[in-house]
Structure formats: C-alpha cells, structure tokens
Ligand binder design. Structure first.
Ligand code: ADE
Ligand code: ZN
Length: 466
C-alpha cells in the first residue's frame, strides 16, 4: 500500500511505516475525532494547516473513511472495512536509518477491535494528573508562532517543518536541547504563557482530565528578563478562564529547581511567598537530579512547609534509591516524583508500602530517558503495585515525549500486566494523591464511578469499580 500524507509519501516496509518528507504528527496524540471532518480538527496538538489531516491512501482522502489512533509504537488505520495494523511507526528524515522496532508493541496488539474498545473506555474515563511540566504541554505550532512573533532565531529552524523535526526527540540530549534551546528562548513575554495554557487545556480536554497539578519552573524565564509576578498573573487568569469555560481545574506547583542551586531555589520560594495565589498550592524540585542532592534543599523546603505549602520532589528518576530516602527524610515531601530506582532497595519498598507515600510514576517518560528502564514491560510499576505501594500514573512531558495519559493507561494494559479493574484503582490513586480536599475527592470519585458504570455498560465491560 502506498499512502500519501500532506504531500509526503508514506511507504510501508515489512516492519515499519516510514514517512519521508518534512511534516509529521506524533501518532500518540491523534484520536479518532481528528480525522473526522468538522470542528474537531482544531483539537489536534499539531494543528495548523488543514492539510495536516489530508491523509490519502491509493489517492483517496481518508478523512471521511478512516480514523487513526495509536500507542507509542503502533498505529491502527481503519480503512472502510479493512483494518491495517502498522507497527513500529517511525518518522525518518531523508537518508536516516530506521531504528529497531519494539517487538512488545506488536505482541500486545493482536486485536485492533479490542484495542479500539479499550482505548475508547480508557480515554473517556474522567481523570486527574499530578505530575506534568508546563513547558512540556506546549504545541509545536505555538512555539513556531512565538518564534516569529518574538523574532527569535533558532539554529537550523527556518520553517514549521524544521521545528516539528526538532520536537520529535529521540534521546535525552535532544529533549534537553528542545527545552533549553528551543522552547524556553521563545517565551519572552509574560503573555506567551497564555498560549501554553491554551495548549495545556487542549491536552487536558483530549484526555478527559478534570483536575491537574502542573509544575511551573520560573527560573529560566526570569533569567530571560521576565517578572515572576507578571507570569503568575497570566497563569492565574488563564487557569480561572479554563475553569469557567471548560470546568477543568488547574493548580500549580512552583518548581524551585535543583539545576541552579539552593540559593536560587530560596529566592524562588521568596517570590512564591511574596505573591500568594489560590492557583499556587505548593513547591516541587525538578531539574538535574545528578550532582544536586535533595539534602542541599532541606532548609528551603522546611521554610515552604512551615508556610503551609505542599511539597513534592523528583527523586529516584535519574539517581539511585538514596535520593528517594533523602527526599523523604530531609525534604519531608508529600509525594515522590518518579521513584523508579526505589525498586533497587527492599527496605525502601517496605517503607513506601507502609507509609503509603504516593509515587508519581511516569512510565513512558522513564523509558524515554532510559535511566532505570529500557522498555515499558521492564518498568517496576507492576512490582510497586503488587507490593502495595501507592502508585499514581502520569505523563511528565506529554508534547515532548509524544505521550498522552489515555495512551499511558492503555500501555499499562498492553505491556505491564494491568487489568482494567487495576487501572481503575490507579485512576483513583491519582485523585487520592492529589492536593484536593477530602470532600472534593469523595465528590469527584462519586461522579467518576457513575461515568465508568455507564461507559462499561455501553462498551460491554464488567468491572468492579472501586
Ligand atoms: N523538567 C521537565 N521534565 C523533567 C524531568 N523528566 N525530570 C526532571 N525535571 C524535569
Ligand atoms: Zn517531571
């Protein structure tokens, strides 16, 4: 089969789908609505020219007859009554070699109709997400717009196609490059944060996320000349608008950041305390974990906690279990970001099970950065869950890693041995580990249960809803 998409030829080889050409969309972000004609088109994270959706096979446009959905390494294309399953979807620049195809994707996706039913169920359950970074919610289109508006030069980026390729990161180095050399330099006005929030809103809506706690790391933007209070005003106003227009609640955790040292983190905390807002509920500690131990931030976190702020920290994402211990003992955090390396320490696992300190697990992000896991099926999340740890599921950097929360739950089903009853427990864990009040949590879960009951009747599942 020869397919043409947006003027670029899509050729099918034995193992992978190869797109030669200048444009690409991450298949993980596509849902079936996107290829339907009509207003849904504007929901595409890579929205822009309508021709993005002009997918053709054998010369026929598929926008009426087909839909797409995908998980990271697989794509399903429904063509009238035919179903083609293309695994190992890859997008290559001309001359670039295809990399190895993840065999687990093919193994788990034998039955496209069943995958469709699962995806529909998982994507429509109302959810919460508690570990997300604001800049990693921005769309390529928004960055392109800001690049032109703010007259920013980015080496090697002349067109939106060039920028799309830069967004298509495959290594940790490319991820850091995108963050530091592409996304952050384009945000030069406080108002630019409104554009990111609009992308964030689109992501949350697509995944039926009604409540999100989002990290906002102000350091780099202040170094670029922006004022903390001005950025905060924009974020506050944006969060209020999204709440009133879409009934989606966004709260921010200010990432004090360990990449710039404890003095800088202390100054960030001073700003948080000097500008209290309802939308800012706490502090986090992201950035480079290596060579920046949690203990250096003990005094800053103590001050934050004493001021009544919630406190969380990335720990055990890039460094061993000692950093998880340190975050627990010295920072006294209420949740651990990632905690992947805890799997190497039996005593720590027992401690986490006993205390029920929530872990903000981000499975695909961990596979992407390859610190402790190389494939989803190796991820310790199943081990954590079986040992009774308080596991939540998150995406971390959705636009950059091309991962959406609904896909992540499908991944857990396909690759990590979770059944749907267990996935409902995980979805409830996210809500319970959030910083909503107990009353709100109970209210929200009552509504989720009602929705799940209806969905399972319609889709033919028989689950025990927790
Ligand atoms: N900031 C954005 N993404 C991050 C990650 N995965 N780890 C630490 N800090 C981050
Ligand atoms: Zn993170």
């Amino acid at each position: 089969m020869i397919a043409v998409w947006n003027g670029a030829e899509i050729a099918r080889s034995d193992d992978c789908l190869i797109v030669e050409g200048s444009y690409y969309f991450p298949l993980t972000s596509i849902d079936r609505d996107l290829l339907r004609p009509g207003p849904h088109r504007s929901r595409c994270p890579m929205k822009g020219e309508a021709s993005y959706f002009d997918l053709r096979v054998d010369g026929h446009s598929l926008s009426h007859a087909a839909w797409f959905y995908a998980n990271p390494a697989a794509a399903f294309v429904h063509l009238e009554n035919r179903v083609a399953f293309w695994r190992g979807v890859q997008v290559l620049e001309a001359g670039e070699q295809a990399h190895a195809v993840d065999s687990t994707a093919a193994a788990s996706a034998q039955d496209p109709a069943e995958q469709e039913r699962l995806y529909e169920f998982l994507s429509k359950i109302p959810k919460t997400e508690i570990h997300l970074h604001l800049e990693a919610l921005v769309s390529c289109e928004s960055i392109y717009r800001l690049m032109r508006e703010n007259q920013v030069n980015i080496d090697g980026v002349e067109s939106q196609g060039d920028l799309l390729r830069r967004f298509q990161v495959r290594t940790l180095e490319q991820f850091i490059d995108l963050y530091i050399n592409v996304i952050q330099p384009c945000l030069l006005k406080a108002q630019d944060f409104d554009l990111i929030l609009r992308d964030a809103r689109d992501y949350l809506k697509r995944n039926r996320i009604y409540y999100a706690e989002i990290f906002w790391a102000p350091t780099k933007f202040m170094q670029n000349g922006l004022e903390y209070a001005e950025m905060l005003d924009v974020l506050d106003a944006g969060a209020r608008r999204i709440k009133s227009e879409d009934n989606i609640h966004i709260k921010f955790l200010v990432d004090l950041s360990r990449s710039y040292g404890p003095e800088n983190a202390g100054r960030n905390l001073d700003l948080v305390l000097a500008h209290p807002r309802d939308c800012v509920i706490g502090v986090g500690l992201g950035g480079a974990e290596e060579n920046n131990p949690a203990r250096d931030y003990e005094a800053v976190f103590e001050r934050a906690r004493e001021a009544g702020l919630h406190a969380v920290a990335h720990a055990g994402e890039a460094v061993g279990p000692s950093q998880v211990w340190e975050a627990i003992r010295t920072l006294q955090v209420e949740r651990i970001g990632h905690g992947t390396s805890a799997v190497l320490d039996e005593r720590l696992l027992d401690h986490l099970a006993e205390t029920q300190l929530p872990l903000e697990v981000c499975p695909s992000s961990n596979v992407f950065t390859r610190a402790y896991v190389h494939e989803l099926r190796e991820h310790p999340i199943r081990n954590f869950f079986e040992r009774g740890l308080n596991v939540t599921v998150n995406t971390d950097d959705p636009t950059i890693f091309g991962i959406e929360l609904s896909d992540e739950y499908l991944n857990l089903y396909n690759h990590c041995g979770f059944d749907l009853n267990e996935i409902l427990v995980l979805i409830r864990n996210n809500l319970n580990a959030s910083f909503l009040s107990d009353r709100n949590k109970a209210n929200c879960w009552r509504q989720v249960r009602e929705r799940v009951a209806k969905l399972q009747d319609r889709l033919g599942f028989q689950l025990t809803i927790p």
